[in-house]
Design a protein around this ligand. Sequence first.
Ligand code: QAP
Ligand code: CO
Length: 185
Amino acid sequence: MALLPILEFPDPRLRKVAVDITEINDDIRKLAKDMIETMYDAPGIGLAASQVNVHQRLVVIDVSDDGDDPRVLINPSWEPLTDEMQNYQEGCLSVPEFYDDVARYSKIKLNALNENGETISEEAEGLFAVCIQHELDHLNGKLFVDYLSNLKRDRIRKKLEKKHRDDIKEALYTAQAKAKMAPQP
Ligand code: QAP
Ligand code: CO
């Protein structure tokens, strides 16, 4: 069991295109397990491997009310089953504390493999459909902020860049305070 660090926008590694998984082995199952744990800890309803700096086509999703139905999707793909769109206020663990409306297809067909290599082929609607489209975007280096205006995206980028600078300053300050407290040789 391990919590994985999550990359945050505008980290350029979030822009990498993930590659297909060729063999579903114990390493992949361990990654899926750690990603599910990381998602629940956040807490979140979806996490793509790209967000934990693993550029392979794997996502985990749990949109159940009780958060007890984690789904592992390997080499997933989707296609729209309608041209109807639904607006949903999205967030992202890689864009902490920012939320905005994005239009997504309201009904889609999902194809994927699960962690046992079994074929998943099902229709999805509502929040599950939104989440699949959001997470699969990550595997292609795309983020929900890309659907917003340049002005909104820039504002989010600047605020997160400042937060990252402040986080580094805070960590340095703490490390120095610790070093001062350590007994002198
Ligand atoms: C993607 O997002 C999603 O900003 C999953 O401070 C979101 O789990 C798909 C989270 C909405 C469909 C609809 C975000 C947690 C979690 C934050 C998430 C935060 C803490 C986001
Ligand atoms: Co996301």
